[in-house]
Ligand binder design. Structure first.
Ligand SMILES: Nc1nc2c(ncn2[C@@H]2O[C@H](COP(=O)(O)OP(=O)(O)OP(=O)(O)O)[C@@H](O)[C@H]2O)c(=O)[nH]1
Ligand SMILES: [Mg+2]
Length: 195
């Protein structure tokens, strides 16, 4: 199975985008399963995605990048046995550091052939978050294979270009796509980047 890890700050649009990606993969005949990691005990995102007909496993009460790392491997193993998905999409908590998840998966989750890290940036709040939450935002972008600048429907082009340059300064190897998950703008470009 291929694992797509979606990381990004609270409210950046992870669940909204996950649904769009899952629909597109399903339309391309891929079997998709979701893992929702939520800090609290109520699985709001999980319930929402399940109502859309998706196979969802939930992990509560901690973060898969630290306290729940072992549980993540167990959950992946269970999915492999029960569903045998082509793709698993993992929505991390907003405070997760994807760079800490990748080595665990590579080392212990042998059923995962490939892991991709997609980091969502909350476009309108990027500059504020970079200032206030600098170590977290920098760590998330640093670990990204692909960065999606989200909510461009609320931004002008100059603002998007500024973020693009800032992201490239933090991680010159990452691919950057500017999208709106909600308005479904540039999602085909993003799917291309995630092949
Ligand atoms: N304007 C705009 N709003 C968006 C877009 N994508 C998501 N949103 C809104 O952003 C808010 C958060 O979206 P979610 O998908 O729940 O974000 P999330 O990252 O999963 O949030 P948490 O799981 O709580 O961290 C919601 O009100 C969405 O409607 C977008 O492309 N444009
Ligand atoms: Mg969410």
């Amino acid at each position: 199975m291929k694992l797509l890890l979606i990381s990004g700050f609270l409210g950046s649009g992870k669940t909204t985008l996950l649904l769009q990606i899952a629909r597109r993969l399903a339309a391309a005949s891929q079997k998709v399963a979701i893992i929702e990691n939520e800090v609290g005990e109520i699985g709001i995102d999980g319930q929402y995605l399940r109502r859309e007909g998706l196979e969802v496993q939930e992990m509560f009460g901690g973060c898969v990048c630290c306290t729940l790392a072992v549980d993540l491997v167990t959950t992946l193993r269970k999915l492999e046995e029960s569903v045998q998905p082509d793709r698993v999409i993992l929505e991390a908590t907003g405070v997760a550091r994807p760079g800490d998840i990748v080595p665990t998966v590579r080392q212990y989750a042998s059923m995962v052939d490939e892991i991709q890290v997609l980091v969502l940036v909350d476009g309108p709040r990027y500059e504020m978050l970079l200032e206030v939450m600098n170590p977290l935002v920098t760590a998330q972008i640093g670990a990204a294979d692909v960065v999606a600048i989200n909510k461009i429907d609320e931004m002008d082009e100059a603002g998007v270009d500024r973020i693009r340059r800032s992201v490239k300064d933090l991680n010159e190897k990452t691919r950057v796509v500017a999208i709106s998950a909600e308005q479904q703008i540039n999602l085909e470009d993003l799917m291309g980047a995630l092949q």
